[in-house]
Design a protein around this ligand. Structure first.
Ligand code: FCB
Length: 443
């Protein structure tokens, strides 16, 4: 099975960047050589991770990184998106941990040697535990600790990085981590989510300013995830419910960055759920981006509710992936077009898109045609959005390889490369070959 796009597609050009993505906690292991982070602590708690696993070894990338760069190179991608583990490069006293820094310097140098562009995310959820002990993202000081970390690490990495993202998916850190409590640090309560979100956005803005100073030649921005909200019926009550959900989960993170304000929904939230906004915060948060990273996996459907702003309706009788997310490529093109209509966007990179599938390895092969179909339909959706005028410059598959899928542990596989966690042997899946062949046919 092949992946292909219409002949005239802009994505068939070598000017369009294709890559693969990972994140530090999900692949590195090497837990003894760094400070503990909130995910280490969360994994140790009963009942938080479905298979009771943790990130102690993960894909052992800390030892296998050279082989992994060869693997990335063998796929023929233009770029690799990775994240820096804050607790690996910073010590308790806030100064640099040189051996951790050296790990990334060597990795980035090897990628550069292979002519692979480096897209570095500075925070993909692994907050040092000692900062959580002081309140984590509920504490405004964490935003300034992030600023200091960004200052030190970007100076240390010099000109090795083509693109920096401050944060990955602040929605997940804020809502899943401090409101729903299903991600680290596992804090639950409606009064916390928007407070955490505000400090994350502040951290982003402070980070952007440091990047402009320390790394003016890289493309600097942020990665946001979107799960477009659809009404269950075309009743006005359901439509309003879906709009509110969209504001609460999606627009909440992009609007302050683009427009310097939260959605009006803020006025409908009880005072105790409001963020703690200081004068001048929005000027910092709305610092100009060089690019916006967008992650898309699925949509969500909402209906009206008597006591809440909205109620999510779980997918029923629709195609889903192994993690239960509806396969809805149309939502992807709609999302991109609607963001482009709503905001004056900088250039867009699709920084994550992909699918968990119940892969079976047989005779050293994984024939994941369902994942190939997912990629095909979602690449078509990106292409549609480009044809409708959205300025999209690149696309990253999530993920390079199977890895620690947060609360799902190792039970969900998102890789285009299969990982046998017993032997750490990597096997390129059929989707990996399809992606490779598609990328390498470009002219
Ligand atoms: C995103 C995360 C990424 C990965 C995918 C499946 O929300 O950024 O780390 O877990 O989901």
């Amino acid at each position: 099975m092949k992946i292909s796009l219409p002949n005239n597609s802009k994505m068939n050009s070598k000017n369009f960047t294709f890559g693969v993505a990972t994140a530090s906690f999900q692949i590195e292991g090497g837990v003894d050589e760094r400070l503990p982070c909130i995910w280490d602590t969360f994994c140790d708690k009963d009942g938080k991770i479905v298979d009771r696993s943790n990130g102690d070894v993960a894909c052992d990338h800390i030892n296998k990184w050279q082989q992994d760069v060869e693997l990335i190179d063998s796929l023929g991608v233009d770029a690799y998106r990775l994240s820096i583990s804050w607790p690996r490069v910073i010590k308790l006293d806030g100064t640099l941990n040189q051996s951790g820094v050296d790990f990334y310097i060597n990795l980035l140098d090897k990628l550069k040697n292979k002519n692979i562009k480096t897209f570095v995310t500075l925070y993909h959820w692994d907050l040092p535990q000692h900062l959580e002990d002081k309140g984590g993202w509920l504490n405004r000081a964490t935003a300034y600790a992030f600023e200091s970390y960004v200052n030190l690490i970007t100076k240390a990495l010099g000109n090795r990085v083509d693109s920096y993202a401050t944060l990955n998916e602040p929605f997940c850190s804020a809502f899943l981590g401090y409101e729903a409590g299903i991600h680290a640090p596992g804090i639950k309560g409606k009064e916390f989510g928007k407070k955490a979100a505000h400090h994350l956005l502040l951290a982003h803005g402070l980070g952007m300013r440091v990047l402009a100073k320390n790394s003016p030649n890289s493309q600097n921005g942020i990665v946001l995830n979107f799960t477009p909200a659809y009404p269950k019926t075309d009743s006005s009550a359901d439509i309003i419910a879906a709009q509110k959900a969209d504001d609460y989960f999606n627009q909440w993170y992009i609007k302050p960055i683009m427009d310097g304000a939260y959605p009006e929904l803020l006025n409908e939230l009880p005072q105790e759920n409001h963020p703690d906004i200081h004068e001048g915060d929005f000027d910092i948060i709305a610092t100009q981006l060089n690019f916006l990273g967008i992650n898309y996996y699925t949509r969500a459907v909402y209906e009206t509710d008597n006591s809440e702003l909205f109620k999510e309706v779980p997918p029923k009788d629709v195609a889903i992936t192994d993690i239960g997310w509806e396969i809805y490529p149309k939502g992807f093109s709609h999302l991109l077009v609607s963001l482009n209509e709503t905001y004056t966007l900088p250039p867009i990179y699709i920084t994550e898109n992909g699918a968990a599938m119940a892969d079976k390895i047989k005779d050293h092969e994984v024939n994941d045609i369902d994942r190939i179909a997912y990629y095909q339909s979602h690449l078509n959706a990106v292409n549609d959005a480009i044809e409708q005028g959205v300025n999209i410059k690149g696309y990253f598959a999530w993920s390079l390889m199977d890895n620690f899928e947060w609360a799902e542990g190792y039970t969900k596989r998102f890789g285009i490369v299969y990982v046998d966690y017993q032997t750490q042997i990597r096997t390129i899946k059929a989707s990996g070959y399809a992606y490779k062949n598609f990328i390498n046919r470009r002219t």
